[in-house]
Design a protein around this ligand. Structure first.
Ligand SMILES: Cc1cc2nc3c(=O)[nH]c(=O)nc-3n(C[C@H](O)[C@H](O)[C@H](O)COP(=O)(O)OP(=O)(O)OC[C@H]3O[C@@H](n4cnc5c(N)ncnc54)[C@H](O)[C@@H]3O)c2cc1C
Length: 348
């Protein structure tokens, strides 16, 4: 069997790029091991244009955000499933100074696109928001497990569910041969799995563990609340709340410490008891040292590529960057220096 691209990994990255290449008429196969660290299967799925403690426009926002809604909506149509939810994000102010600062932001051109309203009074007696807060738009969340399952059906001809072992890989002429599959090119989209690949182990990944809870609590507004932790309403009285960030503990497995951290922060956001904790999950984000994704071609090996390093923001990054990567692979464009792995060629 001769194909154009063999992708390794069907998290959100491999799924998006696989879709783009298949739509472009390329013959692909995707090998994915449905166990181990799958950051996408644990993620909250939020996309949020204004992020960080200082609440600044997220890196590349004006390129990323126009792609997000059409991309996931097209895939809903394609698969006939519902997994994409546009929802405003409400961020309470902690001080009157912060309220004033946001009043200033509301006049700035760059922010207007993402700003829905500023409230100077509390929006609910159940929220700890006595100074009001800011409602952001062009935000929401992706139900990633439903998305990935739906896309597995779309890839029914292409998906091979097993571990990809480089020991089985051979080079024959201009092709890569893997268990009978002859591929013109390989693309590693396997999150932190790429750290164990002999091709890409040199890249400076900087994994970050995250823990996340699903719990029952009253008060189910039609917006996401976000301050210290986010709280997304999933339906049936259940909320997803998280996440933690740890660069030190990289063991998969839930910790009491992280659970307590999330519950303490939630307590500072919503003035209600938690009725029940339903689940506590953990995953490791494929983050990078400079917090920019890894796109591009291996500097030495022929026809070996990477599409990875989406860190804490896979949902908002992959719609745009999968388009850039597809065009690059089809020879129509170059990759911007900020994300091209050429920035690390001296590491090899
Ligand atoms: C707690 C938590 C909360 C998060 N919240 C958000 C959020 O709200 N919004 C957001 O945008 N992002 C969030 N993220 C980050 C998000 O999960 C990542 O950005 C994204 O999922 C990365 O996707 P990926 O496809 O690159 O990697 P992964 O999802 O890790 O996928 C890699 C795939 O490759 C497979 N694989 C690896 N090695 C091999 C191999 N040798 N053979 C076969 N298969 C292999 C793995 O099994 C996996 O299926 C969160 C992450 C965590 C942990």
């Amino acid at each position: 069997m001769k194909i154009d691209f063999l992708l390794i990994g069907q998290g959100i990255a491999g799924t998006a790029l696989g879709y783009r290449l298949k739509q472009a008429g390329k013959i692909i196969r995707i090998i994915d091991q449905p166990s181990g660290n799958q950051s996408s299967r644990v993620a909250a799925g939020l996309f949020n244009p204004i992020t960080g403690r200082k609440m600044v426009k997220t890196w590349f926002a004006d390129f990323l955000f126009p792609e997000i809604i059409p991309f996931y909506k097209d895939l809903e149509k394609l698969t006939g499933e519902s997994f994409f939810h546009e929802k405003p994000i409400y961020r309470p102010f902690l001080t009157i100074e912060e309220q004033n600062e946001w009043m200033g932001h509301s006049a700035e051109e760059g922010f207007q696109l993402y700003l829905d309203s500023i409230f100077t009074e509390s929006q609910s007696e159940k929220l700890c928001d006595s100074f009001g807060g800011v409602m952001l738009k062009k935000s929401g969340w992706l139900e990633i497990n439903i998305f990935l399952d739906a896309m597995q059906k779309y890839f029914s001809e292409e998906l091979i569910q097993e571990y990809f072992s480089e020991d089985e890989l051979k080079r024959e002429g201009d092709l890569w041969v893997y268990k009978g599959i002859k591929a013109k090119s390989l693309i590693f989209c396997n999150g932190l799995g790429a750290m164990k690949s002999s091709f890409f182990e040199y890249l400076p990944f900087a994994p970050v563990k995250g823990e996340i809870l699903e719990l029952k609590q009253d008060f189910c507004p039609d917006y996401i609340v976000n301050r210290g932790v986010f709280r997304v309403y999933l339906g049936n009285g259940i909320h997803r709340v998280g996440s933690t960030y740890s660069k030190h503990d990289l063991e998969i497995g839930a910790t009491e410490e992280a659970k307590n951290e999330i519950l303490t922060k939630l307590n500072g956001l919503v003035d209600l008891p938690v009725n029940e904790i339903i689940s506590h999950k953990t995953g490791i984000r494929p983050a990078t040292r400079d917090r920019k994704p890894f796109l591009g071609k291996h500097p030495k090996a022929k026809s070996v590529y990477i599409f990875d390093g989406f860190g804490a923001k896979g949902v908002s990054l992959v719609p745009y960057f999968s388009k850039i990567m597809r065009d690059y692979l089809l020879g129509n464009t170059s990759i911007s220096k900020e994300v091209d792995i050429a920035r690390y060629f001296n590491y090899i």
